[in-house]
Unconditional design. Sequence first.
Length: 694
Amino acid sequence: MTSTLSILNNVTTPLKRCINEIIVLIPLSDTNVVNLNGTVHNVQSGLIINNCDLYQYLHVNDLIELKMPLTLFVERESSLANCYFDFALLKNYKTLYGILTRNLRIEHSNTTITTTDISNIISLLLKEAKTELSCQYLPQFMSKHKLLNDILDYINSHLNETIHTKTVAQHFFISQSYISILFSNVMHMHFKNYVISLKIALSLNDLLSPNESIQSVARRYNFMNLSTFTKHFKTYLNVPPKVYVHQFNRQMSICHSSLKINTIAQDYNTLLVTNHANTTTPLAYTLDLNHPKESIYLPIPKTLIKVKDIATLSKLMHIQDEYFNLTHFPNPHIYIQQFKENDLTHFNVQLLLAIMPKLISKGCYLMLPLYSKDFYRLLDQYLFKVINDELVYHLYFSHIKLIFQDEHLSTIQINALKQLINNHYPNISLGFLLDNYISQSAITIQSIIDYINNLNMDFYIINQNINLLANKLIYTTNKMAENKPILDFIEALGHCANKVIFTHITRNDINLYFKSYTDTTSVKFIHFLVDLIPRVGGFGFPLLINTNDDIALLNSHTTGLSIVHIYSMLLPFMGQTVQLHDLGLLINRNNHYEIIIYDTCDYTDNLTKHTILIKHNFKHRCQALNQILKSPQIVKNNSTLNNNSLNMLHLDKLLLDNLNKISQPITSITIHDASIPLEISLDKDSIYYLKLYI
């Protein structure tokens, strides 16, 4: 079996299935955009495409592509079906780069050589890039169309059955033609091709198992008969399954395998040399503590945590001490989203009264929705009067906030109800949910500003997607969204933005903000926060969510962005005048420095490590507290939490421990000599907090 090594230039392709191959991509420039399973990647250090994956080259220039036959891996790893390869896990990226580039020479152009390099690459991938699963690897294609995602999940769950548009249409109560349109318009692929190509790709591992027959594999994936399976197999692999198995059984030892090297232009030699030098030599950045930097005030924002109901709040308070302490968040607020008349029972009121002391001890506030004057009277009767009648409860009022959120209330009614509440309970803060107002078609930024000024609430909440809303309003006001629509929108709101809490932030929003389409890392997220916290009232996040794109504290697809740990590392700088350096923030207090470094924030470079030199004039040895937060790996298959766990928060201790610790900062204490600069080596996509005691 022959591997293929190429340099791709000015290439675009349709979406297609990776079958019988593992593909490794390494960029020589920063203009390579690849769609992998529905997620757009701006390829930085590299990318691996696994067997069964759907991929598309959207915009490729100067990209090294290595295609290796699946059979070479199966010879080494018999359980290959239950794993996938992730480039982000590679520790020795430079080794892989060196192996590939030494074969990309003019004298090897358009030739096939016998080499041990493929064996070395496979060994490296199996050792460092492999992620094992408890079941068969199935790529999860993520589109923005929820129905299509549901259909793809259904297909993945019924691969051992006969799957037609008719059966899918009956299951989802839609027409067959609509399914065909979905696949054609969104995926640019026919429904039948999607299903058959996936079944063929999955069947390869089974065919290469020693105890499997071709007939049993055909039956497992519910092909009509052996001839039908053979026909489709030949379509995708150009040989029948019998020949494929025979070729595998007689292939030469993997230690020496064939490598076909496609055309290499003279220009690429220069490019390879230049890129190799840039990639293998980390750039040192010098932070001089002796020279003051530009200063800004970083306020303490509100952090809103959305929970479904009182029961979820109760479970949150039960687990939060050990697994994500609320004190790690600045100004935390718990917002109960579903709280109506039938929730005002004696049991729920007593539950809230029992929870309030714990919230107050964490500096946390409770947010409740307010729908009407009648609902306020019920709140007053069942909750507020109980608090008011007990002197020990009076402190609770200053930690309760109400949010107006009924579109049927006029401005006059809102102001009248607001006055009534202020008269009875002046310590209760009042806010307003702006979603219904800003959903109107003729809305403008100026009308939002006027509305906010007329209401004169303590705070406002926008639960609409911030990027979509920003684009809508920027274009409405004839402003150009060439830079950052989110930033333009917030700046257009002026001082009003300081009262607004945005509670719907997605990974895509952050990628668009930085014009970078790779995975949303902790570095991007903290940079996003530092940029916008001085301009807004705060941000909110759901406690639990079951979508891949929305950012939440817990997410069924990933352990998330370690939001708790990111906020905890940023917390010492909030409410302070901080100095800005090129890589982050700095505070100089009486007898210590606090520094936070979040990489170069250049999301297109190929460097995997950066060196930072910290110059100082300390007269004595100093002690340093070091914390490093690395971005967690995204789970590509199987949810970390199932839907029942998300809805009911039935999370056992072991699962919670793993969710909390998988991306917890690594803490250490070191001693540094006064005579030399401090040298820090920082992995890409890592956050580094340093506290120097002098």
